[in-house]
Design a protein around this ligand. Structure first.
Ligand SMILES: C[S@@+](CC[C@H](N)C(=O)[O-])C[C@H]1O[C@@H](n2cnc3c(N)ncnc32)[C@H](O)[C@@H]1O
Length: 269
């Protein structure tokens, strides 16, 4: 496995020591906190883990979702290439007293028998993969015919990002200097590709039958939005975020995160 990982890493710049420290900004505004919390909640609700189910989490990171699914009695396997994230996951699993298996590997080559798993989860990781299409086909292949995949990814065509780009363009036209910091709608350097609602749906449709598409959170990334919310009383900020989240759930093409629940296409299973 190490040989395979190293070869892939050399060829495609897979970061075998990727660390999520530094991903979350130093100042966490209410919109960021809300977005991450709701993404986790909606994903786990869609998974609906049951006792005895075999669930694979591809790109499991710290194993936070894995631990929650294990608490429901599921038999969870977390797959992760980064040795650093595996160490974080081991700590998190031990701290929570749960049992789940961690496998060091890549989603492009899932080391599991075809049609052997009840569910596959992949949250916030698809845009980190060297070959997302290959991972999708592998996830479909390892699922039982009646199995389900739950995949969540950031939507770079969200309303917040679209409006944010326009405001920034206007700001520049008005002669304001560009800021040095990366804007939220700019693709981070550790992403291998840019996902948006249409691309995500199109890719999913190639390997799966889409059952449910849910949008999570609205307006993240709009300039000064987080700062404005942080100045409001906490309850009021939360009420606004919850309201926008309800709108997002019905309009996933505009939402900040898209969560898809799907089953393998008959020819795939
Ligand atoms: C942003 S993190 C998401 C972690 C976790 N799913 C979560 O929601 O907290 C993306 C993860 O994907 C992992 N990853 C990157 N390339 C991968 C690949 N080819 N196969 C599987 N996982 C990969 C990274 O090491 C990282 O831990």
């Amino acid at each position: 496995m190490d040989d395979l990982l190293t070869r892939q890493g050399n060829k495609c710049k897979l970061d075998l020591e990727w660390d999520d420290r530094g991903v979350v900004p130093e100042v966490v505004y209410p919109d960021v906190e809300f977005l991450f919390r709701r993404m986790n909640e909606v994903t786990l609700k869609s998974v609906d883990a049951k006792a005895g189910e075999g669930i694979l989490d591809v790109g499991c990171g710290r194993g936070i979702d894995g631990v929650e699914m294990a608490k429901c009695g599921a038999i969870v396997i977390g797959l992760e290439p980064s040795i650093v994230m595996i160490a974080h996951a081991n700590n998190h699993i031990a701290a929570n007293g749960q049992k789940l298996s961690l496998v060091r590997g890549v989603g492009e080559h899932l080391p599991f028998r075809a049609k052997s798993l009840d569910k596959v989860v992949c949250k916030g990781a698809l845009d980190h993969f060297i070959d997302p299409a290959k991972v999708m086909s592998q996830m479909a292949a390892v699922l039982k015919a009646e199995g389900r995949a739950i995949i969540a990814v950031a939507n770079f065509a969200s309303l917040g990002f679209r409006l944010g780009r326009m405001v920034w363009w206007l700001r520049k036209k008005l002669g304001f200097k560009d800021t040095q910091r990366r804007m939220p709608w700019e693709v981070p350097s550790d992403h291998t590709c840019k996902f948006d609602y249409s691309f995500f749906l199109c890719l999913t449709n190639r390997y799966f039958q889409v059952e449910q598409v849910t949008g999570v959170s609205l307006f993240f990334g709009f300039p000064w939005w987080g700062l404005c919310l942080s100045k409001c009383p906490r309850g009021a900020a939360l009420a606004v975020l919850n309201l926008l989240d309800k709108v997002a759930s019905k309009l996933p093409m505009l939402s900040d995160i898209v969560v898809i629940k799907c089953k393998p296409k008959p020819e795939q299973s």
